[in-house]
Structure formats: C-alpha cells, structure tokens
Design a protein around this ligand. Structure first.
Ligand code: SF4
Length: 509
C-alpha cells in the first residue's frame, strides 16, 4: 500500500473524551464492537457503510473506520470519535471502490488510541487485507508470541491486528485467501465475528460458537439481471438503515466468501457448538434487531412478563430505566396489570463530550442523562425495571432520585440474573471484584442501592423465554461456566475472587 492510497489518520482525537460525566457514566457492561461490510460494485459503498455504522453506533463509540477496495487499491479512514464525527461528505467521497469494510469500536483489548481503531489493514503476498473484528481472543498472548517469533511487527495492541497478521502469515507462506484465512482461524480461540476485505472478495466469519452475532443481507437489484449485492452487519438494524433485506445469520464456524460470482459458504471447522451471548439478547443489541427469528423487543417484553410472574409485588406504577429497560417494564406491566408510566426522562442527545462537568455539577448530582418526572412519581409506590445491574452505582443514584421526586416505595425488578462473573469474549463487564453480585447477596444489594425490595429474573426464566435450546447460549457472566476455556493468565486478569491455580509462567503480551 502506498501512502497516497492510505488516508492520513488524524491524531487530534487521540485523547478520547471520557463519558459525559462520571456520575452519569454507564453502569452497564460496555458494548463490544460493530462490524460491517458491503460488496456492491457501482454503488457508493463508503456511504452505505457510513449509514450501516451509524445504525451500529450503540456497539462502540470510541472510534470508527472504513476501508474501501478498488481492485488492489485500499483507501482507509479511521479516527477516534463517533461515526458522525469521524466521517464527512468530503472524506466519504474519497473512499471510492466496489467493496467496503467498516468498524465502530469500544476497546475490549488494547487501549483507546487511534492506532488501535479498525479496520486493521495489512499487506500480504496477494495484496492488502482489511479486517474488522467484534469479539475477543482468549489466546491473544500466545498468538502474539507466535507472530513475534515469525518476525511480524505489531503496530497495535489489539487481537484484531493479530488475526489479520495470522492470515497474512498463512497467505505469505503460499496459501490462497480462503485456505490462508481458514488456517489462521484455527489458530484463534475465543469470540470473533469478522468482516474481511481482500482484492478478490469479501469474507464474513464467525467463531465455532458464534458468540457474537453477524448477519447477511442483500441490497435490492436495480434490474433483475443485476448480480446480487451483499451486506454483512453485526445486527439487522445495520441492514434496515440502508434498505438491505435480511437473508440469514452467518452460522457458527462458517465463512461466507462474497465475490462477483455471488456468495459461497464454507464451514471452516466441524467443531461447532452454538453459544450466542445471551447479553446480546438482553441488553447489547438494539431492540429492533432480529435474533433467533424475532425482534429483541419481543424477547425483552417476554422476560419482563416472566419477571412479573416470578417476582410479583403490589405497587401503583411500573417504570423503566430508559431506554434499555423499557420493553421489560412494559412486559412486567402487562403481566401484572399495574400501569406503565414514564418516570424517568432520558436526554437522548447525550453522547460523548470532550467537556468534563464542573466539580459543583458532580457534587450536586447532575442529571444529564436521566431526569425524574415528579408529577408521575410523587406519592407513588414504584416498580423500577432495569435490564441488569453490574456495579450498582447508577442504580443507587436512580433510586435516590426517585425518592427525592416523591416516590413512597421503590421496588426494583431486574430482567436478568445477578452478574457474578466477568466476560472474556469481548464485553467489558469489569473485573469480578467490581461486580456487586459477586460479593453480595440480593438482600445486601437491595440495602446498598436503597430499594424496598429487589428481585432478579431467574437464569431458567431468562433462557426459557428465548424459546430455543438453552444450551445454545453463553450465559457465563451469570454462572462462571465459560464455553471457551479461558487460559489461566487471562482468567487471572479479571477473576479476582475465585481460587485460580498458582501461576507458574506468565505470558506477557
Ligand atoms: S460471558 Fe456474558 S457477556 Fe460474555 S459472551 Fe457470555 S453471556 Fe455474553
């Protein structure tokens, strides 16, 4: 790749802003990443990718990038910031080509720096490849060691670059794109949903457990004789925004290869066991995205209904922690017969800012994100529904705000079980010692967050309501039963409360 083909990366956003204010910082697991890909000769692939990433913005707000392919030429633009901050019309107009790979990132490995933004572009014997990754490799330290032994220079601290370099190594040793990629995937353990661009075609790939989602769509044909134009996205909301039709999911352990000839499917491993992240269903993915053959709004309403049946309580109104608690609160209201009301108003224009709140604002408990509605809450016994509690810090502030607004009782209902274990597959759920349910029982948590009563959805209820085989989901953050074994050094980094075998050798990476 020559430098004139690679758009310069502006470092000005490198000192990424923290969340808007520490008092309103998310007390939720942070999303993984959003990946996107479009193969559509004669379309404006960069603009299609821009809108696809725009719809996937909830999956990562630290950086965004697009790489376009025009034969052998790759054009790349990536920066820190939101999709709308990173791209402008002049930038997109320079990203010409017949295929594009896009990424929006929340850092689960590697620090929040522009060099770690994706897509990762690397040179190979057969030309450049651009790779966008959602997930997390649990064997990244070992893979890094292997690549360093092979004299690769790692420019970033991400496992995503390691996957790209592993493919490059296989290709440089004489393999073709597909053979080389498949060999590289066998060297990866953990969660990886990938979109990969090459000069000859685009790949969509999922790990053998399909932990992170990835869907295939097609763009409408202008003429019946036109060849199909394909789109890959983390979620179906990334297809909807550009008018693409959902075709199907990429299956666990599948590689789809999209070229001018169409889409070819390869099952790159026979060792597949579906383990979709249940937290995608509960919280991460957008409620209008379709997973397991229905919108997540429907699933979330159903678990709210289940919660009402499992944990009834007499009260005057049901309110949600917006936005993610709304479908479950509506379900709770429907099943209990207790009216649903809006008790907390969310400032929908809050995003990341580069301005920190003043100390006075912090101390007075700023309400930049959520503001209670006194008229609705005063004198009421309130059921507050949220999708999860991670650290409990935000819940405590919300409960206090409801009481300050006049609520006479606050009963919290949570539409997932207690989060007791960290995630190693691409979701930032904090270290175990920061998870409130890892060290406290339900009564102690209720006391800490200041509610009159607290109940969680049961693990069985969460899985039953998927209406699918419960074995097809990862729910390790509720059980500690990790579907992909996590090596001891990696476990040690986050599992701080459990007895872990003494470490004899430490692999640094
Ligand atoms: S551990 Fe939890 S957050 Fe991580 S993949 Fe499994 S269910 Fe999802």
């Amino acid at each position: 790749m020559t430098s004139d083909q690679l758009f310069p990366v502006d470092q000005s956003f490198a000192q990424s802003a923290s969340l808007l204010a520490e008092s309103t910082a998310s007390d939720k697991p942070e999303e993984a990443c959003g990946v996107f890909g479009v193969f559509a000769p004669e379309e404006d692939v960069a603009t299609l990718t821009y809108f696809g990433l725009y719809a996937l913005q909830h999956r990562g707000q630290e950086s965004a990038g697009i790489a376009t392919f025009d034969g052998d030429r790759v054009r790349l633009h990536k920066e820190m910031g939101l999709v709308s901050q990173v791209f402008s019309e002049p930038v997109l107009s320079k990203l010409t080509g017949t295929m594009a790979i896009g990424h929006t990132r929340y850092s689960t490995t590697g620090s929040s720096r522009v060099v770690n933004a994706q897509p990762a572009v690397v040179e190979t014997r057969l030309g450049n490849l651009a790779l966008a990754h959602n997930g997390n490799l649990v064997n990244a330290p070992d893979l890094r060691e292997d690549l360093l032994k092979s004299n690769f220079t790692l420019l970033t601290t991400t496992d995503s670059e390691m996957i790209a370099l592993a493919i490059a190594e296989e290709v440089n040793n004489g393999k073709g794109w597909l053979e080389g990629a498949i060999s590289a995937f066998h060297r990866c353990q953990g969660a990886f949903s990938l979109t990969i661009g090459t000069p000859t075609g685009m790949m969509g790939v999922r790990d053998p457990n399909g932990i992170r989602p990835l869907v295939i769509g097609t763009l409408p044909q202008a003429k019946p004789t036109d060849s199909l134009r394909y789109v890959l996205a983390s979620e179906t909301c990334g297809l909807d925004i550009i008018g693409a039709d959902y075709v199907r999911d990429v299956e666990p352990g599948e590689l789809v290869w999209i070229t001018e000839e169409g889409l070819a499917s390869f099952h790159w491993t026979k060792e597949t066991t579906p383990k979709l992240c249940i937290f995608e269903m509960i919280y991460f993915a957008r409620p209008d995205s379709v997973m397991q053959a229905e919108s997540l709004y429907s699933y979330r309403m159903r678990i709210g209904r289940r919660l009402a049946i499992e944990s009834p309580i007499d009260a005057d109104i049901v309110i949600a922690v917006p936005d993610s608690g709304i479908p479950a609160a509506i379900g709770y209201s429907q099943a209990s017969g207790i009216p649903y009301a809006e008790g907390l108003i969310k400032n929908r224009y809050v995003g990341r800012t580069f301005i920190q709140p003043t100390q006075t604002m912090r101390e007075s408990g700023i309400k930049m994100k959520l503001n209670p509605l006194k008229d609705v809450l005063a004198g009421k016994r309130v059921i507050l529904v949220d999708d999860s509690i991670v650290r409990g810090t935000t819940s405590r502030k919300i409960v206090k705000a409801l009481r300050d607004a006049g609520a006479t009782e606050v009963h919290m209902r949570v539409s997932s079980p207690p989060v007791t274990h960290p995630c190693f597959y691409g979701i930032d759920t904090d270290n175990q010692d920061q998870l409130i349910a890892a060290t406290k029982d339900v009564a102690e948590i209720a006391d800490q967050i200041g509610v009159d009563s607290l109940s969680y959805l049961t693990w069985e209820g969460m899985l039953d309501e998927t209406r699918h085989d419960p074995n097809n989901f990862c729910s390790a953050c509720f059980t500690g039963d990790y579907p992909v074994p996590v090596p001891e050094p990696v476990k040690r980094s986050k599992l701080r409360l459990e007895a872990i075998a003494p470490l004899e050798t430490v692999t640094t990476g």
